[in-house]
Write a protein that binds this ligand. Sequence first.
Ligand code: ADP
Length: 460
Amino acid sequence: MFSSRFFWTAAVGYLVLAAAAAWGFGQGSSPGAGILIWEAVLTVAGFGVLLTWGVLHRAAVRLAGITESAAARESGGALWSAPATPRGSARNLESAIESMNRQLETRIEELQRKSRQLQESTERLETVLGSMVEGVVAVDDSQRILFANRAARNLLDMQVTNPVGRPIWEVIRHARIDEVIRTVLAGGEATSLEIDLPRKHAVVAVLASRLPGNPTSGVVLVFHNVTELRRLENIRREFVSNVSHELKTPLTAIQAYAETLLDGALDEPEHRTKFVERIGEQAGRLHALIQDLLRLAQIESGDNVFDVRAVEVSPVVRECIDEHLAVAESKSQRLVTQAPAADLNVMADEEGLHTILGNLIDNAVKYTQDGGTISVRWRIDDGMARIDVQDNGPGIPAEHQSRIFERFYRVDRARSRDVGGTGLGLSIVKHLVQEFDGSIGISSEPGSGTTFTVRLPLSA
Ligand code: ADP
């Protein structure tokens, strides 16, 4: 109950006081009722002091225990329940602190893990967006740029190194983009549009979508460069229209001759043979056109249609010359060849090489005037086989030279038709040469002739 040290100190103190009183009275006065009264008073006072001290001490111990347990509950919850003694309280406090420490460590580790995960996913997102071909720009609700990937910076020609934080209208000056952002921010649906970027010579498809939130937290814009797509679409449209036109011309002629024959020309022997011959010619044109179209489609299909291997040039040149001898003779043209001492072998498909040289010789014979000369030379030049097909015909003006390899491009449309051209010959030649890893060039002077130069890899 009480601290025993204090109890014994108080008891001894009382005895000393009692002994001192007895001795004092014994010295100065005679013993009697006064002494007994003093002793009784001292005894009662002594016990009173001891009792009061004991009660106060116990109360103090209790109070300390209650205060500590309340403090522990406040800081960590119900970690222990009954502080029996100050020593027990200290132990409980220690274990509570340890438990709090462990909980804190666990929380810190968890937070660190979450922060790492967040950083990793942010980095992953930035890598994905950074490697995208499409440009991505995100703006907040006040049109300030939150993010712009590299493709967007290049495509939109952003002049600033770091556009983040700047108003989008300051970085991308395009009225239609401003308009679409405002519309989407005002609650509009995701919107797509196509814009021209004259400085970049590009056509760009834009998709603008709202960022989540109510009101929205911004707009994300995705930019897709569709210049090449639009160019190919135009080529396809142009090609379909050209093919239709090319097919229509001979068909219309055939139909007209047939109708004329049925309308009575069949009974006119001097006309009917001529008309039937014309029908034959036009049918031949149709056939040549369809053949060329099929060949072009086959080359462009990318299927492995060629058997590329070492091909000797001389025999192929000779075959092509032989095929054109009759026409050349009919025009009093000379067909000459100039072969190297040792023949060349090129890496090509034999039929493909035949088509290349056949088309070039055919054009030279077709477009060169009567009495002209066509020569074919081949040799090694700069580590490649070089084959020249030269004529002394009308030549090709400089402004047409870069376009004559396009499909259906003709310098003189009427002349080409007169001589049975399809407008596809040089296009086929160029595709084939490229297919065999070679190149084709032209050198021409109007009035003095044309030389087509084909370069092909030599076989090892
Ligand atoms: P085409 O069937 O009309 O000959 P090509 O593609 O072979 O079509 O040739 C394209 C155009 O190039 C021809 O229409 C012609 O105007 C011109 N051309 C080609 N070869 C010659 C040449 N040797 N001399 C002059 N013009 C040529």
